[in-house]
Design a protein around this ligand. Structure first.
Ligand code: BES
Ligand code: ZN
Length: 967
């Protein structure tokens, strides 16, 4: 079967025998190999495949595959449907990822010994920043073994003992630390027979400041003393830094955790406290023992020790929900608490499965790398993703807090109760939670109209990334931990969420819910592959979900559907064809096809599709009945499908007039623009055409549509900064946005809609970046009052005001802002300022901003914001990139192995626009290898080349067009 895994793709590709390079090892393992190859000898002979030696990592396979121009998908190909086969395939993947390796070895932990239960005691010292601990792990030995292998990283191990149920010890002859592979190997003096054993050991470690493992987070006490709290962040693979363990998502066990902590500190863990006793050896400490967890993955274990206040509420389904905040700020926890307490019963009802723990704690943490982390029963958050201050939190931020809470709580079911089998299926966690967060926010805050924001915030970024040749399939082979960070990206989150939304729409909410309930009930406390989700949804909907969806998760990219039409009486005959959409406009050589659920709306019924079907092959002819020649039709109403549409010019013209008359619903107006911009980037359409379309939006009144208009303008602004037409573009932007900006003004009206508030902030902010004199003057007036303490600028305008005053700003404005930064106690305010600093146009000050970003005044998780803000202008981008290169060692030391580095690299590089820069970036990262950023670098370099090609193609005609508009 395993061989089938290796070769199923080969046969589908139609490979010939003599073109297959087989390794000796492969033949040895699969003696039937040759006969298999013979049986496929009818295949075409013009294709080449490398069958990689067992043991190459995925990345090395890629290297080899580049060399042989073989199919990279070969190593990912899986065709089998049943679970048993899938497990065998999984082993195949592991084998492929294991042993002899030119690049980085990787092997999953052997399944011969598995943990059943951990008893762990941790005693942190939050002054010396070290911890010690001991654990007793109940093990099940499945087959005879002479060694025990588990994960351990940067821990000092001592006193390792192994005994059977009767207390009989087996001598451990050697403890080997395999640092490279983050493993500890306990060699045994005799062979251990199957049965139950107890492994006991002691360990010591450092509470690092790297935002992972058991790490420290700095805060100031009421009297200004610097103190540290101890926090855990284990996902994806850092539990092994805190205690030796089988640190893989599929190796689930129960945990009894005990913390020995100072008497006056709050100690939290996944479960509630069962006992608190004095610590005999030291009267200043106490021993806090927590209840046993359900069976769970190591990456979800969490504990926190520090000083906090909290607010609490019991949800209607009986869960005790608490929101922990910094001391003195508990009121800022009310909003998050409200959302959490409402969302738990909502999910219980939606999924039809209970939240299994008795409590849910939400904790705001000062130093935190991600936005939030879904540890079971103890969700940790960046302060800015949880705390809401009535006076100082913007509407946008408040909405974001609701989303983050909704997202992390969705993981309590999706991720925690049912967990992906391996990181390849990370999207099951993240894509799904990203979809569900909108479900719950829509339920709690219908006024946010969150589904209208889904397209701009979720689908578009995914489509953009996925149109690159260096994208990756949703299901991506993962071996070494270094490779995991990079897939917490727009593909796993946003493409994942977007295809679930497409599927939800295709099977309908009732079947979707039923399928979810089936999936969660069937797999609770277990692990799943993507196919398990499809199987449940298929059963519930009686539709071929797996057949349709596997193309979307196993293949990278998505199709563009080309549409032409002719009228025939009162019918319209449409010709549809699909092809992979590539951002560089080239043709997809692999001729990838998808099964595309398609809907079509017409002007008679703009929001309810008049036609739904699945496009299966390359081409199809569709007949729309009852449609007059002057009536329009639009593909993909609501932009629910994950594809782009390219209309023939005549059809597009029809639709543009529907924008003007606003007969086309908002998301469809937005969708036309979105698709057209993508086609422009690919050179299938001209930028002038897109600018003409933009003008049709001058009277637009919807936030989401404006959001897309503004991001289109800012992309053009980035590009045109490299030409002489930048000022013309800004003036075009001012004209386009001016009417609506003035209409909304600076004062919010009582009872104004949520989206109107967002729209006002968006437009004012954009106008400031277009150097609109009126907006800048008003911003300066308000800023003056603000710093004099006479009248506070409302939180919704602060970002705009700060950026605006810096646009024309002198050093004194910069100093004013730094002062507010230093005085601010709300993290959100600090971030707002930090992200505005790069707006200043003065080169000397920009250099200071870069140094400031790396100073101890900026928490390392926020450094990326500051540097990205500098890198958002042409001048700043050069400065920031040079600064990064010059200080590489420092950056590498601080961010190595953290996804923050991935984000930094992306924002620093992707907006350059010349071949020369593309080469420079490529060369720099060749010389400064940075594990875990390889794909991001390739993506950025590709984007830079796309930008350069765009300019070469269109800069001149855009210049002429903008000049004609300015007269
Ligand atoms: N599981 C992630 C947190 C995470 C991210 C852990 C990267 C390890 C590496 C969490 O559920 C998450 O997705 N957080 C998001 C916020 C969310 C609302 C999109 C984040 O941190 O950006
Ligand atoms: Zn998540």
């Amino acid at each position: 079967m395993s061989l089938l895994f290796y070769l199923s793709k080969a046969s589908r590709l139609g490979l010939s025998r003599n073109r297959i390079l087989a390794s000796g090892e492969l033949l040895q393992r699969f003696p039937s190999f040759m006969s298999f190859i013979s049986s496929s000898s009818s295949a075409k002979s013009n294709q080449l495949l490398a069958v990689f030696p067992i043991g190459l990592t995925y990345r090395s396979c890629q290297l080899v595959s580049e060399r042989f121009s073989a199919s990279r998908e070969f190593v990912t190909g899986r065709s089998a449907e049943n679970r048993e086969t899938r497990e065998i395939e999984q082993q195949g993947q592991e084998e492929l990822n294991s042993k002899m390796l030119p690049v980085k070895a990787f092997e999953r932990l052997p399944k011969s010994v598995v943990p059943v239960h951990y008893e762990i005691t941790i005693k942190p010292d939050l002054v010396k920043l070290v911890f010690e601990g001991h654990e007793s792990v109940t093990l099940k030995v499945v087959e005879p073994v002479d060694q025990i292998i588990l994960n351990s990283l940067e821990l000092e191990l001592d006193n390792v003992k192994l005994a059977d149920e009767a207390g009989q010890e087996t001598t451990i002859s050697q403890v080997v630390l395999d640092v490279e592979n983050e493993k500890a190997i306990f060699k045994l003096s005799s062979v251990l027979q199957p049965g139950q054993y107890h492994l006991k050991l002691e360990f010591k470690g450092v509470i690092i400041d790297k935002l992972k493992g058991f790490y420290c987070s700095k805060y100031l006490s009421a009297d200004g003393e610097e103190r540290y709290s101890g926090i855990t962040q284990f996902e994806p693979t850092d539990a092994r830094r805190a205690f030796p363990c089988w640190d893989e998502p599929a190796v689930k066990a129960t945990f009894d955790i005990t913390l020995v902590v100072p008497k006056d500190r709050v100690a939290l863990c996944n479960m509630p406290v069962v006992s608190e006793l004095p610590y005999e050896a030291d009267p200043n400490l106490r021993v806090v023992k927590f209840d046993r967890t359900p069976i769970m993955s190591t990456y979800l274990v969490a504990y926190v020790v520090g000083e906090f206040d909290y607010v609490e509420e019991r949800s209607t389904d009986g869960v005790l929900v608490r929101c922990y905040t910094p001391v003195g700020k508990k009121e800022q926890g009310r909003f998050g608490l409200y959302v959490a307490a409402k969302v738990l019963p909502y999910y219980k009802e939606y999924f039809g499965v209970e939240y299994p723990l008795p409590k849910m704690d939400l904790v705001a943490v000062a130093d935190f790398a991600a936005g939030a982390m879904e540890n079971w029963g103890l969700v940790t958050y960046r302060e800015t993703c949880l705390l809401v201050d009535d006076q100082n939190t913007s509407t946008q931020r408040r909405q974001w807090v609701a989303i983050v809470v909704g997202h992390e709580l969705a993981h309590q079911w999706f991720g925690n109760l049912v967990t992906m089998e391996w990181w390849t299926h990370l999207w099951l966690n993240e894509g799904y939670a990203t979809f569900v967060e909108s479900l719950c926010v829509d339920h709690l805050f219908p006024e946010f109209k969150i589904w209208t924001q889904f397209v701009t915030d979720t689908s578009t970024p995914a489509l953009d990334l996925d149109s690159l040749k260096n994208s990756h399939p949703i299901e991506v082979p993962i071996g070494h931990p270094d490779e995991i960070d990079e897939i917490f990206d727009d593909i796993s989150y946003h493409k994942g969420a977007a295809i679930i939304r497409m599927l939800h729409n295709y099977i309908g909410d009732d079947d979707f819910r039923r399928g979810m309930k089936l999936y969660l009930t069937r797999h609770k406390y277990g692990n799943t592959f993507t196919e398990d989700l499809w199987a449940a949804l298929s059963e519930a909907s009686k539709k071929p979900v797996g057949t349709i969806m596997s193309g979307w998760t196993k293949q990278m990219g998505f199709p563009v559907i080309r549409v032409s039409a002719r009228q025939d009486g009162d019918k319209r005959i449409l010709q549809l064809s699909q092809q992979r959409f590539l951002a560089d406009g080239t043709k997809d050589e692999n001729n990838t096809m998808w099964m595309v659920p398609i809907e079509i709306a017409t002007s008679r019924s703009p929001t309810t599709p008049s036609m739904s079907f699945v496009l299966e092959g390359e081409k199809s002819e569709i007949v729309l009945n009852d449609i007059r020649p002057d009536e329009w039709f639009k593909m993909n109403p609501g932009q629910v499908g994950f594809y782009r549409t390219c209309y023939e010019p005549e059809l597009l013209k029809h639709l543009v007039s529907a924008i003007d008359q606003q007969t086309l619903p908002p998301l469809d107006r937005l969708g036309l623009l979105d698709d057209l911009f993508a086609l422009v980037q690919a050179g299938h359409s001209s930028t002038v055409e897109a600018l003409t379309l933009l003008e049709a939006f001058a009277n637009e009144d919807q936030y989401t549509v404006w959001n897309r208009v503004c991001s289109a303008l800012s992309k053009l602004s980035h590009l045109l900064a490299y030409t002489d037409h930048h000022e013309l573009l800004k003036s075009f932007g001012r004209k386009l946005l001016g009417g609506m900006t003035r209409k909304l003004g600076w004062e919010s009206k009582p009872d104004e809609e949520h989206l109107t508030k967002l729209l006002r902030s968006l437009l004012l902010g954009r106008m400031a970046m277009f150097d609109d004199p009126e907006v800048i003057a008003e911003a300066e007036r308000r800023f003056l009052l603000h710093i004099k303490g006479e009248e506070q600028v409302p939180a919704d305008f602060r970002s705009t005001v700060y950026k605006a005053v810096l646009r024309t700003g002198s050093r004194s404005k910069y100093d004013d802002l730094l002062r507010i930064y230093r005085e601010a106690t709300l993290h959100e305010e600090k971030d707002r300022i930090a992200s505005a600093l790069g707006t200043i146009k003065n080169e000397e000050i920009l250099k200071e901003v870069l140094a400031f970003a790396m100073s101890n005044e900026v928490r390392s998780q926020d450094t990326v914001f500051v540097i990205s803000s500098v890198a958002s202008s042409k001048l700043g981008r050069d400065l920031a990139w040079n600064y990064f290169k010059d200080n590489w060692d420092l950056f590498n030391e601080r961010f190595k192995g953290a996804f923050l580095l991935v984000r930094l690299v992306k924002s620093l590089t992707e907006n350059f626009a010349s071949e020369e820069k593309a080469v420079e970036i490529e060369n720099f990262f060749k010389e400064h290898h940075c594990a875990g950023t390889e794909r991001t670098v390739q993506q950025s370099v590709e984007s830079v080349r796309l930008n350069a090609a765009w300019l070469a193609r269109d800069a001149e005609s855009v210049g002429r067009y903008l000049t004609s508009k300015s007269q």
